[in-house]
Design a protein around this ligand. Structure first.
Ligand code: NAD
Length: 349
């Protein structure tokens, strides 16, 4: 396997491999771009079946962070770290400390944070070794959970998409299907309920979905049928790559907007949605609320109202993206990419 010919390699500035025999650490840090600032991105701990899969994840996710930070106007670049280990069985303090030393060796070019397989407690252990850790609450948001901020951003994005796609200013009576009522999906459902929308909820966790549906007087659909729901808006808040060929054909909604990362199974799916007249809201624009809050946690002048104002700015960014897409008669996805790229100049191009 050669790095520079790897399909997910996109002029990444640096890839760092780390090994620590004593703790069993095998890790990769991918730094995609630092033009706007240090590369921030979560630490994923996962039992990757092969080293190649771990590298692909680090390359893809670090690039995504560059775009998300740039579009959210944060003074940050894009990076990601992965540890090849089962977080349930192999995550030890020694492993995390070794990871901390690897991060420290970068001298601040890479800043880590929580991601799947790592949590706030793990960040505290890493912070014992290096200061280059985010996701530790210094001001406000004592729970350390970015999901309410992500959900607030998605809600703002949804309102904007409704203005552009349905030419409506209010959400009263609109039908919204939410796929996944976990951390973000549940908060989003509450915002939408308060705004007068009617909800159709699906989750593989049947207890959780029943409970929330009862409370919010929502309908339920099975995880397999949620794509066929007769709704105005489809909100993917579960896993990535959900918008594949079959789902793009099945959707009845006029708008897609949700929290999930990497919703498009392939970039071409954006064109397919556009051809079907479905307004796609670029995921990394809509779901940047949590990252915005994490970035503010690094500042001495953290203020909750300023964080919320910054997150509400997602609506202005989307206004620009939807306007440009409508002028150019194309999907908003490539427009968002171009706008993000205008905000960071790739170093190695
Ligand atoms: P979560 O794990 O708390 O919730 C995901 C929910 O989806 C769970 O309830 C799970 O049971 C459900 N689910 C899984 N597979 C499903 C399926 N096939 N059909 C229906 N439901 C299914 O995760 P989260 O923190 O709420 O994040 C949701 C998505 O948003 C993820 O893709 C995540 O990467 C992305 N995201 C989250 C944040 C954040 O702040 N948490 C920020 C940016 C992006």
């Amino acid at each position: 396997m050669t790095l520079f010919a790897h399909p997910d390699f996109d002029h990444h500035e640096q890839i760092i491999y780390g090994n620590d025999r004593a703790s069993g650490l095998q890790a990769i840090i991918a730094i995609h771009n630092t033009c706007r600032g240090p590369a921030l991105g979560g630490l994923r701990i996962h039992a990757y079946p092969t080293e190649e899969r771990a590298l692909a994840d680090a390359l893809r996710l670090s690039r995504g962070m560059t775009y998300k930070s740039a579009i959210a106007d944060l003074p940050l670049g894009g990076g990601k770290a992965v540890i090849i280990a089962d977080p349930k069985r192999h995550k030890t303090p020694a492993l995390l400390e070794a990871m901390g030393r690897l991060i420290a060796s970068q001298g601040g070019r890479y800043i880590t944070a929580e991601d799947s397989g790592s949590g706030e407690q793990d960040m505290q252990i890493i912070a014992g070794v290096t200061e280059h850790v985010s996701g530790l609450r210094r001001h406000g948001n004592a729970s350390g959970d970015p999901s309410p901020f992500t959900a607030w951003g998605v809600f703002n994005a949804l309102r904007c998409a409704v203005r552009h796609g349905l030419e409506r200013d209010d959400l009263t009576g609109l039908r919204v299907a939410i796929q996944g009522v976990g951390h973000v999906g549940e908060h989003l459902a509450r915002h939408l309920h308060d705004a007068g929308a009617h909800l159709i909820l699906a989750d593989v966790d049947t207890q959780a979905v029943k409970h929330l549906a009862n409370e919010l007087h929502a309908d339920m659909a099975s995880p397999l049928d949620i794509f066929d729901a007769e709704v105005d808006i489809f909100a993917p808040c579960a896993m990535g790559a959900v918008l594949d060929k079959r789902v793009c054909e099945r959707l009845k909604a006029s708008i897609v907007v949700g929290a999930a990362n990497n919703q498009l199974a392939t970039p071409e799916m954006a064109d397919r949605l556009h051809q079907r007249g479905i307004l796609y809201t670029p995921d990394y624009v809509a779901n940047a609320g949590g990252l915005i809050e994490v970035a503010w946690q690094r500042r001495e002048d953290y203020r909750h109202d300023l964080v919320m104002e910054h997150i509400a700015g997602i609506e202005r960014t989307l206004d620009e993206i939807f306007d440009r897409a409508s002028r150019e008669q194309c999907s908003p996805a490539p427009i968002a990419d171009r706008l993000a790229e205008e905000r960071f100049s790739p170093r190695n191009d």
